[in-house]
Structure formats: structure tokens, C-alpha cells
Design a protein around this ligand. Structure first.
Ligand SMILES: C[S@@+](CC[C@H](N)C(=O)[O-])C[C@H]1O[C@@H](n2cnc3c(N)ncnc32)[C@H](O)[C@@H]1O
Length: 251
């Protein structure tokens, strides 16, 4: 059936639902509106990014991969269990020993990453200092509400803390020069406006070695700055199905 046929079928169904079960109409309309959010603005059309199944990140042969995860009490502004799994598979694929994270928040994602790195790895995570939330490119209200929370990194278990370098500055002011070409894995999960996603991604890309992997969180229509940047970037990113994680491998 072509698109016009589907539109006619949908129209007829909406009329039928309105007549027979009007309380369910908002559910159907909500789903259609949410799907249309993704495609209404071509520069933000999430569906233009290729999708990779999380199972396709598994090794095809050889040794079994063991991943470790700590289950924190449910919290906000971190990533889902499936997203952790996807990130850890990417971490393994890149045979990581040197990693960099933009956006520490309470430290949940850097904990999961650090747990899966061998002793002696270089592990960096960067966030704003509690005493100064000034940012060069401004901050969206949703990001500001998270950034204002104190205790960045406070959930990282005590035995892991000495292995992690906690950097404290506005990411726009962070000088990545000493780390250029050194990182195996970079995770971008700081501010979500276009200018910050661009700046963090470009710094992250420079820090990656050839064959290293960069991953982004919040590749979804609620964060158009992330989607818009990824669509216009030259990184050839892909989304991981069922998650808001996107990733790209540096040639
Ligand atoms: C969504 S949270 C990170 C969540 C964390 N990666 C996790 O999954 O547990 C985003 C973090 O980015 C930080 N952030 C926002 N703007 C920033 C900036 N300009 N420079 C550095 N960090 C920033 C916020 O303070 C916040 O802690």
C-alpha cells in the first residue's frame, strides 16, 4: 500500500475509534505525533541514521566477553541498562584501555566503564566544577537543571575512584591537545545544545586513535542538538536499536 492509501486507512480508523472508543484516541494520536516528531524537520530526522542491532555488537568468534555492571538505585539523568550493555560492548570492541567521558554527573556511567577496563587503564571523566557553572556556549534549561546538582562523581565506589581522573571545567575550555590520538573510546554525554555537541564531538574525535570508537548518548528527538549535529557530521554515525546511543568508528 502506498503512503496515500495508508493515510486514507489511518483517517478511516481514527473516525472509527472516535466513534467507538474515543478515550483511546489520544493514545493513537500521541503515537503518531511522536513518530512524526522524528521526521518533520529534515535536519533533525533521526530516521536518516542507520540502525545497528545491539546483538550485532557481539563478538563473532573467539574468546567470550565478560562484562561487569553495578546496579545503582534507580536515578535520573543517567543511561538505561540496555544502553550500558551497548556501551560496554563498544568499549570491548575498541579493546579499550584509554577512555574519555564528557559529562560525569553522579558517576554512574564512568563506573560501569571503569569496571570493565584492565588495571593501569587511563580513565578520564569531565564535568563542570560545582563552584562555577558558567559555560561558553550557554546551557539549555534541561541541562542547567542537571548541571546545578552538586556531588559530581559522588556515586563512584571508593575503590574505583583512584583509577579515574576527574577533570573539572567547561568542556568548551578543555584543551584536548595532550590527548590527541590517544583514546580508544570516547563517550559524549555533556551539554546537549548543538554548539556543545559539536565542540565535545570534535574534541572527542581528535582524541581518538585510528580504530577507536566514539559514542553519544541522547540521540533522540527530544535532543535535537544531538541529532542535528550527528546528521551533518562526517563521522558516519549509526544508532543502536532500542537505545538513544549512537556511535562511530574512526577510520
Ligand atoms: C546527562 S549528565 C551525564 C550523565 C552521566 N554520563 C551518566 O550517565 O551517569 C550531563 C552532565 O554534563 C555536565 N555538563 C553540562 N554542561 C557541561 C559543560 N559545558 N562542560 C562540562 N560538563 C557539562 C552536567 O553538569 C551533567 O553532570
Amino acid at each position: 500500500m502506498n503512503s496515500f492509501g495508508k493515510a486514507a486507512q489511518l483517517g478511516a480508523r481514527l473516525v472509527k475509534i472516535a466513534a467507538t472508543n474515543p478515550r483511546r484516541l489520544s493514545h493513537v494520536l500521541g503515537t503518531a505525533l511522536s513518530a512524526s516528531d522524528d521526521v518533520v524537520d529534515n535536519a533533525c530526522d533521526l530516521l536518516q541514521l542507520p540502525v545497528v542491532d545491539v546483538n550485532d555488537l557481539l563478538p563473532t568468534s573467539g574468546d567470550l566477553w565478560e562484562i561487569k555492571m553495578l546496579m545503582f538505585p534507580k536515578t535520573h539523568a543517567s543511561i538505561s541498562l540496555l544502553e550500558f550493555t551497548a556501551l560496554l560492548l563498544l568499549l570491548k570492541r575498541a579493546r579499550s584501555q584509554r577512555i574519555f567521558e564528557f559529562g560525569t554527573f553522579k558517576g554512574i556511567s564512568i563506573t560501569q566503564l571503569a569496571l570493565n577496563l584492565p588495571p593501569g587503564s587511563d580513565i578520564y571523566t569531565l564535568d563542570l566544577p560545582d563552584e562555577s557553572l558558567n559555560t561558553q556556549f550557554g546551557t539549555d534549561p534541561e541541562d542547567a537543571a542537571i548541571a546545578v546538582e552538586t556531588g559530581k562523581g559522588s556515586l563512584v565506589p571508593a575503590d574505583l575512584r583512584p583509577r579515574i581522573q576527574f577533570l573539572k571545567c567547561d568542556s568548551a575550555k578543555f584543551d584536548e591537545t595532550p590527548l590527541v590520538g590517544k583514546m580508544d573510546f570516547v563517550f559524549v554525554d555533556g551539554a546537549h545544545n548543538f554548539d556543545y555537541v559539536k565542540s565535545d564531538s570534535e574534541k572527542g574525535w581528535r582524541m581518538l586513535r585510528s580504530g577507536g570508537i566514539i559514542a553519544w548518548h541522547d540521540c533522540r528527538h527530544q535532543d535535537p542538538g544531538v541529532v542535528r549535529y550527528l546528521l551533518q557530521s562526517s563521522f558516519r554515525p549509526a544508532r543502536i536499536g532500542g537505545t538513544t546511543v549512537a556511535f562511530a568508528t574512526k577510520p
